[in-house]
Design a protein. Structure first.
Length: 267
């Protein structure tokens, strides 16, 4: 492990902090990618975790890739041949979307500053994005003569729509928090000193619900993005049968009928 990632737990909520503030949390090495991916996989295996918050230390969320590494063909963009560079992507940065985007646990990106290139894509891998007033967003790969290599071409259009995604990807221009809010890239903009509190408040509002139903709901919405309605309805019926069979479903109904606060166990 590289200590690139700081992990903090508060009850059922875990905060993952990219912890290279001196490098604006740029992702530089395959080891750093592996650390993020393994943390996501480990959390996903823990049924007691109900929400994960992702943020950055210091003034940036994530500045993307390492420009010096790109120039020198080292780190996550390393290799002397096209085939070697392809493998660097597959064994490095591409591990993160396969782990983070595919988590069953709901995820919130608390974007505390610039989210550039791979940093923007990292935010888009999360389910919900809350931005500080100091945040900036850019799908800036074209500015350095490359393409989105970590899933941005898949993720960004799903978040902001194809027209806005093409505008951002083909110009590479940065947008501020107000424009990000207007195009649906983020769901809320708050003052810098309120960002983590806002993310934790939203996490608490999610975590208070039955955790199995929450995970099933997230998966259902994700799968709906590439299913026919009839197929989604079949999946919904199967998931509904699973949800109806949980103790938490009975507890939710009983607590409503008895006009008391529920107590969910994740079973």
């Amino acid at each position: 492990m590289t200590d690139f990632l700081k992990t903090e737990r508060d009850g059922h909520v875990v905060t993952l902090t990219l912890n290279r503030p001196e490098k604006r949390n740029a992702i530089s090495t395959a080891a750093e990618c592996a650390e993020v991916a393994e943390a996501c996989r480990a959390l996903n295996r823990d049924d007691s975790i109900r929400v994960v918050i992702v943020t950055g230390a210091g003034s940036a969320f994530c500045a993307g890739g390492d420009l010096k590494g790109m120039r020198d063909k080292t780190g996550i963009t390393g290799g002397d041949t096209g085939a070697q560079i392809r493998e660097s992507y597959r064994r490095g940065i591409q591990m993160i979307p396969l782990a983070l985007y595919e988590m069953d646990i709901p995820t919130i990106a608390a974007v505390n500053g610039p989210a550039i290139g791979a940093g923007l894509d990292l935010a888009c891998m999360c389910d919900i994005r809350i931005a500080s007033e100091t945040a900036r967003f850019a799908e800036s790969f074209v500015k350095v003569g490359i393409v989105p290599g970590d899933g941005g071409a898949y993720l960004l259009p799903k978040v902001v729509g194809m027209s806005k995604a093409l505008e951002m990807s083909l110009t590479g221009d940065a947008i501020g928090p107000a424009e990000a809010l207007a195009c649906g890239l983020v769901s809320k903009v708050v003052a810098p000193d309120q960002l983590l509190a806002a993310a934790k408040d939203m996490a608490a509002r999610i975590a208070v619900n039955p955790p199995q139903a929450v995970r099933l709901t997230k998966r259902l919405l994700r799968e709906s993005q590439h299913m026919r309605l009839s197929t989604l309805l079949e999946m919904s019926a199967a998931y509904q049968a699973l949800a109806h069979g949980t103790r938490d479903h009975r507890e939710a109904v009983d607590s409503m009928l008895e006009k008391r606060a529920p107590s969910f166990e994740g079973r």
